[in-house]
Design a binder for this molecule. Sequence first.
Ligand code: F6P
Length: 369
Amino acid sequence: MDKKRIGVLTGGGDCAGLNPAIKWVVKTALDDRLKRKRKIEYEVVGIRDGWKGLVQPEGDADAVAPRIYPLTEEMVRTWDRYGGTNLGTSRTNPYDPKNDRSKIVRENIERYRIDFLVAIGGEDTLGVAQKLYREGVKVVGIPKTIDKDLSGTDYTLGFETAVNVITEEIDRLRTTAGSHRRIFVVETMGRHAGWLALEGGESSGAYIILIPEYDFEIERVNELVLEGRRKGARYDIIVVAEGAKPSGCSEVVKEEGIDGFGHKVLGGIGDFLAKEIFQATKIETRGIILSHLQRGGAPCAYDRRMGRYFGIAAVDLIVREDFGKMVGYRNGKITAVPLEEAIAKLNVVDIHTQYDTERYNGRRTILET
Ligand code: F6P
């Protein structure tokens, strides 16, 4: 029987849901019953550390072992319970204009006899996958990012677990906030998309939610805080996305400089806002940055399930020889869209239908009247 090799890698920021997806790529590709039906036999190799694994497959000073190695059903049996990615990840961009190593990647794909590639990642990783596809590599993608900012899919792995973390942490903050009658400004990740702040804020019942898609006025935030206190609020939870900004200002950056994909490192708007609120209202206000806690921990049930479905669907695409596609979730169905479409533009919150620009919060009218 013809034997083909599938390589699987995870790239970009880690999150919960990656290990379930890897597990189900392996299990589906190696499944005995399916093998007989398909009349084709697959083997699966894991590629460690994202695209770095194809730039330096034999490893380097920081690699624990060679970066390309076989995965078996037995090895991945329990992986869906664990957060992060057991394959490791990196933000290596083989197409970095300052150091283009895409030719090396293509050569290594040949050298390691990788017939098909499954790339699990966000806009950056799938952007590389799309370029490789254009150059003849048979690749399929699986969407993951806690930012939920990829187009062509209603879901990206890691998002729901991150929303759960935000909700749990805010539940914790509420008791201490209430005891001290304080305001807590909770900063979430999300880059230029407000999904994490919006849905995390809605899930936890935050009083104010600030997102990158709508520049806020600090005076309006203060007004809302004082209005809440007049109505009897003992404390307030304000959720702010790392990419949100007051009108007329630019995003707050944690570090100067950009990564291999040209992204700024955002962070700090929460503390900035906490100071502004305290100055204007004299109410004790603290900033909390949830940071990488949002990406950590075991996948929630939804990410385990979606990782499973996406992993299975990715192998379905390979069996159908339908490359250059990303699996996704649309209107309750697992689907596939061209990678090109998935990365064409960021999927961000539509402030006209999903945000209340007066209350700075989620919508209070959902069904059209
Ligand atoms: O894209 C996912 C994400 O978690 C963003 O929300 C955040 O801005 C960024 O990655 C942080 O990246 P790093 O892990 O490199 O600090």
